[in-house]
Write a protein that binds this ligand. Structure first.
Ligand code: SF4
Ligand code: SF4
Length: 295
């Protein structure tokens, strides 16, 4: 069985305070952290028991997980398992980075987001440089707020050329970008136009639900983070029969971690082995306009 698992445990807290985020500066009690720890350990044990499978794991926490040692240890342990093809995680990169030395770095990928209101650019760039020196594969990204356009350009200029900088479109306001803004951001991230839209998806083929699944801390499986209907439980014996190809039932799909699994967009070949950590297989940001099949 070859499968990618998007794991999101009970954790719901963050050390940063981004204004638009429900987890900003949210803290949790010791019991909540203990619940999260137990769920994470159970998940890692389940993966460890799947000898012979090929499993990619992508941690998509509510909030920031890498500041917690349990996630650092879990990722390190998972990368050492022969059946694990890749372990990736979304992070603000506020954590220490020495833990990556306990990983098999050939199977580690980080999806790093820069939050200009929460950390100075120089400090953030220093963390990226350390990650690079330690030989970790990672992408860097930012939400394309209009007030941050100059900051995004400065970040692009300061990052090493071999690091991909993606830009997530701010889609909560209609027509948020002027044509000039959109062109500016597309010059930084050639995949920005694909992100700056909601892709019609009802009745369309999507690999989630079969080759890609989302798993909650209690093992509940859903096809993706956007369609919550449970398909089964990771820890129940009927797992193999619960997962099969299904057409999407949502009207649209507007988030990278969702539409990247729609074959019609051709993104599997754009990202290749870097699909989970959002690193394109070739440096498309250097060779300009990509021909991904955005409509
Ligand atoms: S770093 Fe991420 S999780 Fe934390 S407050 Fe900002 S957007 Fe939310
Ligand atoms: S297209 Fe998007 S919303 Fe639909 S099933 Fe796939 S990931 Fe989920």
């Amino acid at each position: 069985m070859e499968r990618s698992i998007l794991y999101r445990g009970p954790l719901a807290s963050c050390n940063y305070g981004c204004a638009y985020c429900p987890f900003a500066k949210r803290t949790e009690r010791a019991e909540a952290h203990e619940r999260d720890r137990l769920a994470l350990e159970r998940f890692v044990s389940w993966v460890a028991g799947r000898a012979g499978d090929r499993i990619g794991v992508f941690f998509t926490p509510w909030g920031e997980a890498l500041i917690r040692r349990r996630y650092q240890h879990a990722i390190a342990a998972l990368t050492q398992l022969p059946q694990v093809t890749k372990v990736a995680i979304q992070t603000n990169l506020a954590c220490r980075l020495d833990w990556v030395e306990a990983c098999d770095k050939t199977r580690l990928g980080l999806w790093v987001t820069y939050h200009p209101t929460e950390v100075a650019r120089e400090r953030f760039l220093g963390r990226c440089a350390e990650l690079d020196q330690r030989g970790v594969r990672f992408s860097v990204g930012v939400v394309g707020m209009r007030e941050h356009l100059a900051e995004i350009a400065a970040l692009r200029a300061a990052l090493p050329a071999h690091i991909y900088l993606w830009v997530n479109a701010y889609k909560r306001e209609a027509d948020y970008y002027s044509p000039a803004d959109a062109a500016f951001l597309s010059a930084i991230d050639p995949l920005f136009p694909l992100n700056n839209q909601r892709h019609p998806s009802a009745g369309h083929v999507c690999r989630t639900g079969a080759q890609v699944i989302a798993v909650a801390g209690d093992g509940t499986i859903s096809r993706c983070h956007f369609i919550k209907a449970p398909l089964g439980n990771l820890y129940a014996p009927e797992l193999a029969t619960a997962l099969r190809p299904r057409l999407c039932s949502a009207a649209t799909c507007g988030c990278h971690i969702g539409y990247v699994h729609m074959p019609e967009l051709g993104l599997e070949s754009v990202f290749g082995a870097g699909l989970l950590e959002r690193v394109p297989a070739t440096p498309i940001w250097l060779t300009a306009q990509v021909s991904a099949t955005g409509r």
